[in-house]
Design a protein around this ligand. Sequence first.
Ligand code: NAD
Length: 520
Amino acid sequence: VSLRFNLVHVYLCFTFFNALLIMYQRVPNLIGGAFIESRSSEYIDVINPATQEVVSQLPLTTNEEFKAAVSAAKQAFPSWRNTPITTRQRVMLKLQELIRGDIDKLAMNITTEQGKTLKDAQGDVFRGLEVVEHSCGMATLQMGEYVPNVSNGIDTYSLREPLGVCAGICPFNFPAMIPLWMFPVAVTCGNTFVLKPSEKDPGASIMLAELAMEAGLPDGVLNIVHGTHDTVNAICDDDNIRAISFVGSNVAGMHIYARASAKGKRVQSNMGAKNHGIVLPDANMDATLNALAAAGFGAAGQRCMALSTVVFVGDSKSWEDKLVERAKALKVNAGTEADADLGPVISKQAKERICRLIQSGIESGARLLLDGRNIVVPGYEHGNFIGPTILTDVTADMECYKEEIFGPVLLCMQADSLEEAIKIVNKNQYGNGAAIFTSSGTAARKFQTEIEAGQVGINVPIPVPLPFFSFTGSKASFAGDLNFYGKAGVNFYTQIKTVTQQWRDLPGGSGVSLAMPTSQ
Ligand code: NAD
């Protein structure tokens, strides 16, 4: 009897432990202040790109759960919008403190799910943290305008009011920074929010939401739903959602822009890129080569502001060999290893796609100066690693040039003059960022004026503006008209109400004038 009891006991413990494990591994939604496991029967695996281990399982949220999240956001809106702005700011003050305390934990989660190095993952959190810090000054940012006495005894003033329920749809490459571009600005303006993290690395969003709740964000103000296309389409179609922030690829971004605007929603859509660096022979050679290697291969080239194409002008072409040496010296390893300069790319499919684009470049006449395709990382043989790769003699008609590669691949082109280099960049469909390396102020000024890109770097390879400016991609890299964060971000999440008031001793009598009122 005792043996049977023990076996039953062991079995029950085992089952309970397994149930706990399954619960722990399943990424919860956040609905109305509660982290709830989805009832969906469909889950997809979140995979560590360095090891292929399953980190957790992500639900394809059911339509009922999605509706419940939107409804929670809608219910929370009236009291949150009426909560004093000073109180809303204080939640952000607390949140920035909590995020700062948890940077290492967040970074470890990002490295595990996304693959970037721990140092780079800390930067991912830090660049988002800066948006939270900026949101602490929302009372000033959201201020309206006032003109007294626009007519005799009449004043006009404008208010920036929140929209209601807003939503955010995120990419995989910055699991902390991009959710933090979105919800802190939106909720501090008085909106409520439904966030859909990337299905590839949802962990940081959940951790940030836990911190936001701990910081005092009331239930329902921030909600999280997981999923892929169906959840995105539900966000586009839902009449209760007033605005959508999207960051990701052009295919998804243009689909969301079209579908959601057709429903009358505001959309800001940050999309793909092909960022060029023009190198003039008068640039500081060492600093420039270091910048090119860092911006081309950092985060395994999976940054929307990665510098993926170099245009060498004139004699600077001879620097290519030195660029190859610098790239060769970079260490490819799992992001958790202390010596890693770059980690794996996000998935097996991404690796295959990147290798295919490299091969297509070679087949259409580009020369391979450095080939990272066959790299094997000891201890991480199953990881999606690609080493730094450099192709030269690339021309604008090649597929590897026209497509965003989004991997550790640097394309080299050549131009005889600055004018020719600017023409190459301007012909490209994308307009996220472009940089020039030079010691000539005249050349830099010409570049700044003539270049058709939203974010311009002068001896700065990845010119991502801090939150008091905005992230200003243009051309095919952006759809919408109000950019992320900064003043434009506040304008995106608010609408203007203009009030005209008259306080004076109003004239009596029965004279009615039907003429259009004018102020004279
Ligand atoms: P992605 O477009 O594949 O996914 C982004 C989001 O859209 C995800 O949440 C995904 O679930 C959803 N989605 C994907 N395809 C969809 C479809 N057909 N219909 C509806 N929803 C869809 O992008 P990604 O691979 O996660 O991220 C990489 C891309 O993001 C790159 O193109 C990169 O340049 C871009 N990016 C741009 C910026 C920027 O600010 N411009 C910043 C970061 C990343």
